[in-house]
Design a protein around this ligand. Structure first.
Ligand SMILES: NC(=O)c1ccc[n+]([C@@H]2O[C@H](COP(=O)([O-])OP(=O)(O)OC[C@H]3O[C@@H](n4cnc5c(N)ncnc54)[C@H](O)[C@@H]3O)[C@@H](O)[C@H]2O)c1
Ligand SMILES: O=C(O)CC[C@@H](O)C(=O)O
Length: 409
């Protein structure tokens, strides 16, 4: 296993929000022992205090990594989001500070899809209100308003990793699947893409949202979209809380236009399990409310823990950035016998020749060199003989436009 320029026990890793034990196991097996493990997220001031000398930080969806946090965390090299969403991280600020961000894009998708299918069945059978009534001593034994999902139309908004899995499972239950996506997608099975969102809403008995949090999806589902849904249809959201206008949804539940809803994500979510959960949807028995647990299964969390921790280890040990969400992606072989220089810089003209001048001016032979850029930054990796790495690192750090340079050996 490769060594790094810092002793591994000096590399501080902070894991927040109770990431799975598999993450700890993976990091420890790779030789990292300086790990601070917390079960919750932290408010901004405590977060800054905790990670100001950390090299790696692992979070889930609650921790907000803002520009201010990146400015304070001077030693931070990389962030691992132990989830799919990365909207809680200011990715531009991370990139500008030379911090590579990784996530787990697929490990919990099946868990979300299973939950959505279960919720669709429960809502069409009016189970949430029957369950609530039973808890209060009621007995709503009736078939009124209760339907099978077989033969019903499911409208999926966002036909990505999760949307497609929901589609396949739904067809297995005999549902008709239609989807709306801003990108043309290959439909799986007999699903059909509908080009106009209003057309999708007008024909769906169940509408399920699976879009990412983007400026373009903020409140994309509000009063107008709800009004276009079929009377009595149900709405599911396990994507992001910013996507649905909750007040508009509450009004539609009140009027009965929406027959039921299952919401897993909210505009404001409690920071910890001890904080009160506040939403206007609490008053409705036909609102199935869950505490952002779409991806919270043992299988998903264990897989995510291993996947993201492995990405952090690879980046720390040998500089590989494959599947980073904000860095140019470079797959690197091991570098035994050489020292490896990693140089992150602004993508501006002339910088590559300045880097190469460091080696030619100092008569340093390059054993191998890798370069990848995106529109904002470049990432150059150079393997050289060990004896020259200190001087080269020194010179590389002086190049104008350098964001971060480090050496691995
Ligand atoms: N509830 C949970 O616990 C949980 C778990 C995992 C993921 N998520 C969330 O689920 C969402 C989807 O995840 P995914 O892995 O399927 O993402 P994905 O990137 O694979 O798919 C998203 C799809 O949405 C489409 N899209 C983007 N903007 C759109 C718009 N305005 N209208 C229609 N389609 C649009 C994209 O083209 C893409 O096909 C993400 O927000 C993620 O954070 C939630
Ligand atoms: O585990 C979490 O906190 C977030 C889960 C989910 O929203 C994701 O983005 O993967």
């Amino acid at each position: 296993m490769a060594n790094t320029s810092l002793d591994k026990d000096k590399i501080k890793i902070v894991l927040l929000e109770g990431v799975h034990q598999s993450a700890l196991d993976t990091l420890q097996a790779a030789g990292y022992s300086n790990i601070e493990y917390l079960k919750t997220s932290l408010p901004q001031d405590q977060l800054i205090e905790t990670i100001k000398d950390a090299h790696f930080v692992g979070i889930r969806s609650r921790t907000q990594l803002t520009r201010e946090v990146f400015e304070a965390a001077e030693k931070l090299v990389s962030v691992g989001c132990f989830c799919i969403g990365t909207n809680q991280v200011d990715l531009d600020a991370a990139r500008e500070h030379g911090v590579a961000v990784f996530n787990a894009p697929y490990s919990n998708t099946r868990s979300v899809a299973e939950l959505v299918i279960a919720e669709a069945i429960l809502l069409l059978r009016r189970i949430p209100e029957k369950n609530a009534s039973c808890h209060r001593g009621g007995w709503l034994k009736t078939a009124a308003g209760a339907y099978e999902v077989r033969g019903k139309t499911l409208g999926i908004i966002g036909y990505g990793a999760i949307g497609t899995q929901v589609s396949v499972l739904a067809e297995g239950l005999g549902m008709k699947v239609r989807f709306f996506d801003v990108v043309t997608k290959l439909p799986l099975g007999n699903a059909e893409q509908v080009r106009d969102l209003n057309d999708l809403l007008a024909q769906s008995d169940i509408v399920s949202l699976h879009v990412p949090e983007l400026p373009s999806t903020k409140n994309m589902f509000g009063e107008a979209q709800i009004a276009t849904m079929k009377p009595g249809a149900v709405l599911l959201n396990a994507s992001r809380g910013s996507v649905v206008d909750i007040d508009a949804l509450a009004a539609a539940l009140e009027s009965g236009h929406v027959g039921g809803t299952a919401i897993d994500v909210f505009p404001v979510e409690p920071r910890s399990n001890d904080d009160e959960f506040v939403t206007p949807l609490r008053q409705f028995d036909n609102a199935l409310l869950t505490p952002h647990i779409g991806g919270s299964t043992q299988e998903a969390q264990a897989n995510i823990g291993t996947e993201v921790a492995e990405k952090l280890v690879k980046y720390s040990d040998n500089g590989t950035t494959i599947s980073s969400v904000n860095f140019p992606e470079v797959a690197l072989p091991s570098h035994s016998g050489t020292h490896r220089l990693l140089h992150v810089h602004q993508n501006i003209p002339g910088i590559l020749s300045a880097i190469n001048r460091v080696f030619s001016d100092n008569n340093i032979n390059i054993c191998s060199q890798y370069l990848q850029t995106n529109e904002r930054i470049g990432y150059v990796v150079v393997d050289i003989n060990a004896e020259y790495s200190e001087i080269a690192l020194d010179e590389l750090r002086k190049i104008e436009g350098t964001i971060r340079a480090r050496v691995l050996f």
